[in-house]
Design a protein around this ligand. Structure first.
Ligand code: G6P
Length: 608
């Protein structure tokens, strides 16, 4: 989703900002732009399309500027176009980049039009530029006019604002959309994501909701919404871990799929003892806090939601604790019935997904006191809003389609399961077995990554089809959903996942010789039933590809079979997702789609 990078320095910031924009591309965007000041004037360069085109559009070579604001836009208000790209500006004086949505922009726009302002874009952001200008016309200076304008905004925003006539100052503001200050020597930066600034600094201040900052070369001041000075800790973060290097792979998605064994190892490192999880891995006091937990509520979106659905099964089977899973975008509308002793868990790769974040805030307000987040990004909004955090330690995930984030979320959810089992004195011998099997998970995932021929052959079956059906039962149903999500995200093939037992209640009508069906076949009590489902499809000439830990001979009539390593039943679905990721990846390659940046999608969805 939209990305911001702004900088003010004694040196030329243009190369830093254009590099920053490229490093933000992974978030998903449809246009890009920047405004730089030079010789008392400000130049705006905007472009619909890629950052590389923006840089090529006008040769930025030879241009030197000490101050600029830049943006990648993912359209919300107004189509993707050069006009709607940011920076938006007012009277060639005030320039604004913005992430988020200004909910009262229609009212503000009407008032500004009646004051004589002309709008050239369809964006809510242009309102902010005119509003700052309007208050300056009323006699306020740039700082006061910006504070006043920001106080009129309702909605979510991360902002970077510049005034042509006030060199050496960039104003930033944050409300429910991430914004971080990067500090250097005689230079300061502002970005929506530390990824953008990793090459230039390792010192960061994470702004909080309602805060406004004044960025100058030598100093940064931060104030709260009441205008009083705020103190923000400077945090040193190892910027090397924010590498955006493909490392010899063709796509980030491919790289991230192959990083999965190591990523799982990193998730587990230092967290497992001989037979149990280590104490304190969720933060001091977690064990005592969860002793009386009688309900678990999980909130997540997208791929993270599928990880949550797997934990739901684990919780019922191994803890006997009721677990409910809701989409971040739906939780509030369910008018959730609050139960005592609830552990509220959010799961998120980015830690910034607006729907998950607003649901967490809502849950806290309406009486869920104990909150945990399982998240890949330290210092993200979800981490800061939660009592306890378990970082997945997957390393940055750049490909829009989530892969290593998913398997590491499941590894971490398994740590949660084991910890709750211990604190609730459940099944000590099962705990031992699960702990040991979890340690072997990287090895099994590694072995699964070797069967590329089988995945490529399946991709050849899929890439000319319009639809595909994924079937699973029990724990494998959320994996089937994740497989269908991967396929539609990056290959644009319509894919649906169904609990295999539901086939006869509707989707069987879709089956003919052109419908590929991927059936996940477990080695558990569901085997016979899914065998019958496979036969139901085969009898209607559907092409079935089966995936599971059993050998080919043990599976009913099928088109092709992919055998995965066998481990404990509760962990096998984690291995099973790997073939699905690679089948989608190879299908997308055959279709020639933009694997890492699929159309219309964003990596980090920071609007509701
Ligand atoms: C977007 C991404 C998905 C991700 C979802 C939830 O839709 O494209 O890959 O699963 O957001 O994101 P989160 O960061 O909260 O896990």
């Amino acid at each position: 989703m939209c990305g911001i990078v702004c900088g003010i320095s004694k040196r030329n910031v243009l190369p830093i900002l254009t590099e920053g924009l490229s490093r933000l591309e992974y978030r998903g965007y449809d246009s890009a732009g920047l405004a730089y000041s030079s010789k008392k004037s400000v130049t705006v360069v905007k472009n619909q399309g890629r950052v590389a085109d923006l840089v090529n559009k006008v040769s930025l070579k030879g241009i030197e500027t000490n101050q600029a604001i830049a943006h990648t836009r993912w359209a919300t208000h107004g189509v993707p176009s050069e006009k709607n790209a940011h920076p938006q500006f007012s009277k060639n004086k005030i320039y604004v980049v913005h992430n988020g949505i200004i909910e009262n922009h229609n009212n503000l726009r009407d008032n500004l039009i009646s004051e004589g302002y002309k709008f050239i874009s369809a964006t809510d952001t242009e309102t902010i530029a005119h509003l700052v200008h309007f208050f300056m016309e009323k006699g306020l200076d740039f700082e006061s006019a910006s504070l006043k304008a920001i106080s009129k905004l309702q909605g979510t925003y991360a902002l970077g604002i510049m005034d042509k006539d006030v060199p050496d100052l960039i104003i930033g503001a944050r409300n429910q959309s991430p914004l971080v200050i990067g500090q250097g020597y005689d230079e300061n930066f502002l970005a929506s994501d530390i990824m953008a600034l990793a090459p230039v600094t390792n010192k960061f201040k994470f702004m909080e909701d309602g805060q406004i900052c004044f960025l100058e070369k030598e100093q940064v001041q931060v104030v709260n919404s009441n205008g009083l000075k705020a103190k923000l800790k400077t945090q040193e973060i190892d910027s090397h871990s924010y590498s955006n290097d493909l490392g010899g792979y063709n796509h980030f998605m491919e790289k991230e799929i192959f990083e999965q064994p190591k990523a799982i190892e990193n998730s587990l490192e230092g967290r497992l003892g001989k037979n149990e999880t280590q104490e304190g891995i969720f933060g001091a006091g977690f064990e005592a806090a969860v002793k009386d937990v009688a309900n678990i509520q999980i909130i997540a979106c997208g791929t993270s939601f599928h990880a949550a659905r797997i934990f739901e099964y684990w919780s019922h089977k191994f803890l006997g604790i009721n677990c409910r899973v809701d989409y971040g975008s739906e939780y509030k509308y369910q008018e959730p019935v609050k139960s005592k002793n609830t552990l509220l868990v959010t799961i998120s790769q980015s830690g910034e997904t607006a729907d998950t974040l607003s649901s967490l805030k809502f849950a806290k307000k309406t009486g869920d006191p104990l909150t945990l987040t399982i998240c890949n990004v330290a210092n993200s909004s979800l981490c800061r809003e939660s009592d306890f955090t378990l970082l997945t330690n997957a390393g940055p995930e750049i490909g829009v389609a989530s892969t290593k984030a998913f398997v590491t979320q499941l590894a971490c959810l398994n740590l949660l399961l084991l910890t709750l089992m211990r604190e609730h004195k459940k099944l000590p011998s099962a705990r031992k077995k699960i702990t040991s099997a979890l340690k072997d998970l990287p090895k099994h995932v590694g072995a699964t990554l070797k069967k590329l021929d089988a995945y490529q052959a399946t991709a050849k079956l899929l890439f000319k089809r319009n639809s595909a059906l994924f079937l699973g039962r029990g724990l494998y149903f959320p994996i089937a959903r994740e497989g269908a999500l991967k396929l539609k995200e990056i290959s644009y093939i319509h894919a649906e996942a169904y609990p295999a037992g539901e086939l006869k209640h509707g989707p069987l009508a879709l089956i003919d010789k052109d419908m590929p069906v991927i059936a996940l076949v477990p080695d558990n009590e569901h085997l016979d039933k899914i065998q019958s489902n496979i036969e139901e499809v085969a009898a209607r000439k559907g092409k079935v590809i089966t995936i599971g830990p059993l050998g080919r001979t043990k599976i009913a009539k099928e088109g092709g079979h992919i055998k995965i390593p066998k481990t404990l039943d509760l962990l096998n679905p984690i291995i099973c997702v790997v073939p699905l990721q690679l089948i989608s990846y190879y299908t997308a390659l055959l279709k020639g789609t933009d694997v890492d940046k699929p159309r219309n999608l964003a990596k980090s969805v920071t609007v509701e």
